[in-house]
Write a protein that binds this ligand. Structure first.
Ligand SMILES: [Zn+2]
Ligand SMILES: [Zn+2]
Length: 187
């Protein structure tokens, strides 16, 4: 098959043999009107990837392709997408879906949405399992797809999509700024 029905990724088949990545094809979710298809250029490595494939956070659907600091080019956009054009360099972080209608979503707290979908290892409503960025392509909702400014190199931008964001967001929301003392704990 191949794209647009499937993508290829480096997948782990068992948490016991988590060091063994095998290049495999996987199914992409059905394309919807606010989806963007991304041809992936690069993906940062996050500690969550290791926890997921080693079983540190319990079982995961297998085979699994991890990676949620994804940078690539938009190669197809759904008819209702307004924020991204074909050819844009874009990024996707650790979350790829939410209902966007619940109270948490409406309060810009979509990471607490009861219908949140993680970028990898999570089922879409049709049963397709989301797969991560150590792969050829990703199909992502525009709400979770960000245009990357030209002046930020891909290798710098990628880690901002998870590690960077999880640090930056609380600093901004809690009003950190000049003169404030802050502490950041890595877990
Ligand atoms: Zn991460
Ligand atoms: Zn929601």
């Amino acid at each position: 098959m191949g794209y647009p029905e499937t993508a290829e990724g480096f997948m782990v088949e068992s948490q016991k043999n988590w060091q063994q990545f095998k290049k495999q094809e996987f199914k992409l979710k059905p394309f919807e009107d606010r989806d963007i298809d991304i041809a992936i250029d690069a993906c940062g490595v996050c500690g969550s990837d290791v926890h997921s494939i080693t079983g540190g956070w319990g079982e995961v659907p297998l085979p699994l392709c991890v990676g949620h600091e994804v940078i690539g080019r938009a190669i197809k956009v759904g008819k209702d997408v307004t924020t991204i054009k074909v050819g844009d360099r874009v990024g996707v972080g650790a979350q790829i879906g939410a209902d966007l209608t619940c109270d948490n979503c409406k309060a810009d707290q979509e990471n607490y949405c009861p219908n949140s979908i993680d970028t990898y290892g999570a089922p879409y409503p049709d049963g397709t399992i989301a797969q991560g960025g150590y792969s050829s392509h990703m199909r992502a909702h525009e709400y979770f797809t960000f245009k990357i400014p030209d002046n930020i190199e891909t290798s710098i931008a990628a880690p901002m999509l998870c590690a960077g964001l999880t640090t930056y967001s609380p600093l901004v929301r809690l009003g950190a700024g000049p003169g404030k003392k802050v502490a950041i704990v890595g877990m």
